[in-house]
Design a protein around this ligand. Sequence first.
Ligand SMILES: NC(=O)c1ccc[n+]([C@@H]2O[C@H](COP(=O)([O-])OP(=O)(O)OC[C@H]3O[C@@H](n4cnc5c(N)ncnc54)[C@H](OP(=O)(O)O)[C@@H]3O)[C@@H](O)[C@H]2O)c1
Length: 248
Amino acid sequence: MTGKLQDKVAVIGGGEKNLGGLLATTFAADGAKVVVHYHNDSSSAENTVKAVQQAGSQAVSVQGDLTQVSQVRRLFDQAVDSFGGIDVAVNTTGMVLRKPILETTEEEYDQMFGINAKAAYFFIQEAGRRLNDYGKIISLGTSLLAAFTDGYSTYAGGKAPLEHFTRAAAKEFADRHISVNTVAPGPMDTPFFYPQETPERVEFHKSMAMGNQLTRIEDIAPIIEFLATDGWWFTGQTMFPNGGYTSR
Ligand SMILES: NC(=O)c1ccc[n+]([C@@H]2O[C@H](COP(=O)([O-])OP(=O)(O)OC[C@H]3O[C@@H](n4cnc5c(N)ncnc54)[C@H](OP(=O)(O)O)[C@@H]3O)[C@@H](O)[C@H]2O)c1
């Protein structure tokens, strides 16, 4: 244990698997109690709760569709009920779609903006209400925010407002010393990434980064850990940890 988050409480949106799951055990190793939010995958959530406990800390899991504002509020209510307060709130939830604008339906648009923009907004709002002074709020964007590419209009477009939500919240919560940031990784080697891509495009994405490799969750977790601990002076920023990734 590093003890950097000793006696602190962390809420992780999408904390059951992939990047969120690794953050849960990383924060636990720093001494934090963890609230593991999940959407569909209760067995991953159970495993992550056990992994936090094995790391010597405490965890609870909370299910919720975070496109429903009432469920965002219930997540934070349950965190306070379980552990008495919240210090760190990380939202890793998101949904990806690669589809031309001319083929995108109204339902797809609403679903993509529901989880990537609306849920992210109300997660920040509730965190701003419920976090202790000196809290940390971190959202997950995508390096596509800095790219000029086709096919990702509703994914990159849905995540784009995060940069402005982050800046506004950083200003509005500064009087309570709460920092607010977005971390926007390059294409990351998790099951989230592959269904939208062809093998050729995966190779192309690898070729755009240092070392001919995709971003790994192990590359990103320490950056989020830094923002949640020693990096408290960063606020209102979007960071692009992407191994030099650029897109056409
Ligand atoms: N992998 C990449 O290439 C990549 C690159 C850059 C940025 N990112 C971003 O990094 C974050 C983590 O991605 P990841 O690769 O670790 O994949 P992931 O584990 O699949 O993360 C997405 C999470 O969002 C949850 N979610 C989806 N719809 C939801 C809803 N309506 N309500 C609540 N939760 C919902 C998913 O739960 P269910 O699966 O149960 O629906 C899942 O836990 C995402 O925000 C993603 O946009 C990913």
